[in-house]
Design a protein around this ligand. Structure first.
Ligand SMILES: *[C@@H]1O[C@H](CO)[C@@H](O)[C@H](O)[C@H]1NC(C)=O
Length: 388
């Protein structure tokens, strides 16, 4: 399960260890908050949309405890576990962050549930680095220099659910990830290629964050995502020029912001009928073909800010549940009276709670007040000033 962590996202790459002391405890957490109510949604949306780059170990520990509750209580063996030199070991959490380590310590307690190795200088994961850690729940490797992972390195980690591998030098998805894995964060690496079957056997996986990798559309071999039933996928800050068409059709949330997508064509979204949130902000989109949004009947949020659109995309009035539409920072000069709201009653199940249109060359006096008849209140529509 992905867990929300509602706070302002940081788009900054963490600095190297010297810069991090307390904030070293930050690590990425996944946010899928799908069924949260949207009442009073602010324009500066936080947390759940732009999902948080960094959470903290405390949050992870809480998740770990929550998931342990309800399961039969294990007898903790009375032996005194050893703790690797310089690390802190407490309640099966082994904390070895910010220690200047160049390799994974070798004497890790076998009952470790959470291993934090972030902000070190580890370059490689070797075959026996995690030997015996069959109880590990989460492994945090953020902000190292790992470019090589032995194909058998993760084999012992039969219960691992969270793998946080952001800010490293990986060029491919590590091989033989455990089938128990639920969440993978591999943001800011050097992945150029996702091979067919890269995620094979990972049927429990719910959430992948793989933004800020040099991924072009051709990076994904056909079948790259086969076997996954993800809810959440983020491929932001990459080199995509179009919406990838072979992603899991189970997705509820898809983030493709900060790419170079030029257009949305008719069938581009046809596979993603389960989407609740779609993020396409900060691309180069000039055109959204009429009918392409028809395939997203459940969509709640649509982010198209900072693109090159000349018109409001067609199809919005028919989207029964759509509540948030970001269109600011485009080149839209005209807003038609039926661009957002259906004609007649009973069509729209939920009213809009946020529509942003500022930073567009719109003549306000040409917009009919009736245009926003299916919006919760006037403050939900933001025009602001257009300056050029
Ligand atoms: C904005 O749209 C107008 C036409 O409405 C066009 O002449 C102009 O070139 C567009 N600007 C950009 C930056 O695309």
């Amino acid at each position: 399960m992905c867990v929300s962590a509602g706070s302002i996202p940081s788009h900054k790459t963490p600095h190297r260890p010297a810069m991090l002391t307390h904030s070293a405890l930050l690590l990425t957490l996944c946010v899928v908050h799908l069924l949260a109510p949207f009442s009073a949604l602010p324009f500066e949306q936080k947390g759940f949309w732009d999902f948080r780059m960094d959470g903290d170990i405390g949050e992870l520990m809480k998740m770990m405890r929550d998931e342990e509750e309800g399961s039969a209580v294990e007898e903790i063996p009375p032996t005194e576990p050893v703790c690797p030199f310089s690390c802190h070991c407490h309640l099966r959490v082994v904390q070895c962050s910010d220690l200047g380590l160049t390799a994974v310590p070798y004497d890790l307690p076998t009952d470790t549930r959470l291993l934090d190795l972030q902000n070190n200088y580890i370059t490689e994961l070797r075959e026996n680095d995690f030997k015996g850690l069959s109880n590990l729940y989460a492994l945090v490797l953020n902000n190292n220099q790992i470019s090589r992972v032995h194909p058998r390195a993760f084999m012992p980690l039969q219960r691992m659910q969270k793998l946080y591998f952001s800010h490293n030098y990986l060029t491919a998805i590590p091989k033989n990830l455990p089938s128990s894995l639920v969440e993978l964060r591999i943001h800011d690496n050097r992945i150029r290629k996702v091979a067919e079957g890269a995620f094979a056997g990972l049927g429990n996986m719910n959430c992948i964050e793989m933004g800020r990798n040099p991924l072009q559309n051709s990076a994904f071999e056909p079948g790259a995502f086969r076997g996954l039933t993800l809810s959440y996928l983020r491929i932001s800050e990459a080199r995509l020029t179009g919406v990838p068409t072979d992603l899991p059709d189970s997705l509820r949330e898809l983030h493709l912001d900060h790419n170079q997508i030029q257009a949305i064509e008719m069938m581009d979204l046809s596979r993603y009928t389960n989407l609740y949130r779609l993020g396409l902000g900060f691309n180069h989109i000039r055109m959204i073909e009429d009918g392409s949004l028809y395939y997203l009947p459940d969509l709640r949020e649509l982010h198209l800010e900072n693109n090159r659109l000349n018109t409001i995309p067609s199809g919005l009035p028919n989207m029964k549940y759509l509540q948030v539409v970001y269109l600011h920072g485009n080149n839209i000069s005209h807003v038609g009276v039926n661009d957002f709201c259906p004609v007649g009653f009973g069509m729209k199940r939920t009213y809009y709670s946020a529509i942003s249109l500022f930073s567009n060359p719109i003549n306000l006096w040409e917009v009919q007040p009736n245009t926003f008849r299916c919006v919760t209140d006037r403050l939900a529509v933001q025009f602001g000033n257009y300056r050029k």
